[in-house]
Structure formats: C-alpha cells, structure tokens
Write a protein that binds this ligand. Structure first.
Ligand SMILES: [Zn+2]
Length: 281
C-alpha cells in the first residue's frame, strides 16, 4: 500500500482512495479519466455518456437536449466526459449491463429486486450519473457569448462537497466496501404512464445533491449525501403515496426531499437529532 503526499491510497497499482486534493486538482479539471485518474497520454480514451447510451436508445434521446444550469441546451448524443476505454468497459460490465436489465422490467420487478438484493448497485449508478453531470459543467461556459467571461459553470461549485459522491460512484472500480451509513436516501415510486406524458425525465441539483430519474412506470429519487436523513423526516408522507404519480407529482416529491436535505445541512441541531435517531434504529 502506498500513501501519497496528498493522502491518496494506492493498492496494487490503482487509486483505491483519491484524496480531496487530487479529486479537486485532477479529476475536476477534466483532463483525466474520471474513474481511474489516468491521463490521455497514458491510456486509450473513448469517453463516457453522462446518461447511459442504453437510456438514450430506449427513449430515443440522442437528438434531444438536456437543459443546463445556465438554461442553455445541450444535445444528449454529445453529453459525455473523459473516460478511458478500460474504465468505460468495466463500467458497462459491472454497472450498466445489470442496471439496464433491472430497468427492462416494470416497477414491481424493480422493487422486488431491491427487497432481496438491496440498493447498493442502484445507488452507485445514480451517484455515477450525478457526478458525471456535474463534472461536465467544468467544460461548459456560464455565458455562451464568447465576448463575455470564460468562467465555467463548474467553477461555481464547492467540489469538496462532492468528493464523497465521487468515492461512492467509483466503488465499482475500487471494489471498496461502502458502509450502510454512507448511503443516502433512495425512493422508488410508481409513476403514472399515459399517452400524453413523456415516459422519461431526468433532473439533478447541485445544492440538494439529489437526482431524479423517471423511466416508464418507475420514478427513482436519490439524495446522495444525507445518510437517509431526508427519508427519516419525510417517510410518513411517502407512505401515503399509494397510487402512481404524475410527472409533476414526481418532481414535487423530489423538491420536498431536496428542501429537507438543504435544511438538514443548514441546521446542525437537526443533524445531531438525526444521528441519535439513526443510532437507535
Ligand atoms: Zn480510467
């Protein structure tokens, strides 16, 4: 084992743990593979879709656009970040293939799977999408007018707050065990499917550290940094949701969970109370 000067840990030639410093100075700069940290001069790169290609194909999204935080739109087919070919293949094998199988069925199938197998794979997968989406913001200008400042959207972020999410996201590569306490809230809701509703939705937020993905009759929401605190506070309300939700209702639940997470972050007294609750369970 090698402990580097910046406090990263290398075992058997791979970075098992990337320090906050290395994460901010190398991964977030966008010139290395976001999983293993290799430079383009060291490995072959083929880049990675932020929303997996199987989703783009399933919902015919390649020519459609995602709305960015600066309200500009960006085509999904080109919505990618640097990734080496080796990590990209591993990601496909370890994460995307099993997840695409899970989502090839309906809400009942997915929830039964989670009951017996837990949420680890899904949580890691959502953490991956979230971190890719925000790393991409380091390449995107806030102001698309080239006569204005060259400041990138990602330069407004406090990247240290996303280090934990990055650690969880790359655990398929590091093979590190993730403590149950490190997982955040994850909610799987039945979504209403009607001919006049879009059968796909994706949202994430920097402040709330949250992601929503709705595909056909499944809506999945994750709060990636709350150790299930938001779920503890909002669980009773969620139990009342017994019927499939419309797209707007899915977003309403998403917004409520984000608000709770933001309040938790801002109120240390509530955090202490939650820790007591969690420890008692
Ligand atoms: Zn790599």
């Amino acid at each position: 084992m090698i402990l580097t000067l910046d406090k990263s840990v290398i075992i058997d030639g791979i970075y098992k743990y990337l320090s906050v410093e290395k994460f901010k100075n190398e991964i977030c700069k966008g010139e290395v593979c976001f999983i293993c940290g290799a430079k383009e001069s060291e490995k072959e790169f083929n880049n990675e879709h932020i929303l997996p290609d199987w989703i783009l194909r399933k919902f015919n999204l390649h020519s459609k656009s995602i709305a960015l935080p600066n309200l500009a739109r960006f085509k999904y087919y080109n919505y990618k970040i640097p990734c080496c070919k080796e990590c990209n293949s591993l990601l496909g094998k370890e994460v995307e293939n099993p997840i695409s199988q899970l989502f090839s069925q309906d809400y009942t199938f997915l929830t039964e799977h989670v009951k017996f197998n837990g949420i680890r794979t899904i949580f890691v997968w959502l953490s991956l999408i979230y971190i890719k989406s925000h790393l991409k913001d380091n390449f995107l200008r806030i102001d698309r007018d080239f006569r204005s400042s060259d400041l990138k959207i990602g330069e407004l972020y406090d990247w240290e707050t996303m280090h934990h999410i990055h650690c969880v996201a790359r655990s398929f590569y590091t093979k590190c065990n993730i403590s149950q306490d490190a997982f955040g809230t994850i909610v799987i809701l039945p979504a209403k499917v009607l001919s006049y509703y879009s059968n796909f939705d994706y949202c994430d937020t920097y402040d709330g550290k949250a992601v929503l993905l709705r595909m056909n009759d499944i809506c999945i929401i994750a709060i990636l940094n709350d150790s299930c605190g938001s779920l503890s506070l909002y669980g009773k309300e969620l139990c009342r949701l017994t019927s499939p939700l419309s797209p707007l209702q899915c977003r309403e639940v998403f917004a409520n969970l984000i608000l709770i997470n933001q309040k938790i972050r801002k109120n240390q007294l509530i955090i202490r109370h939650l820790k007591i609750q969690i420890n008692l369970q």
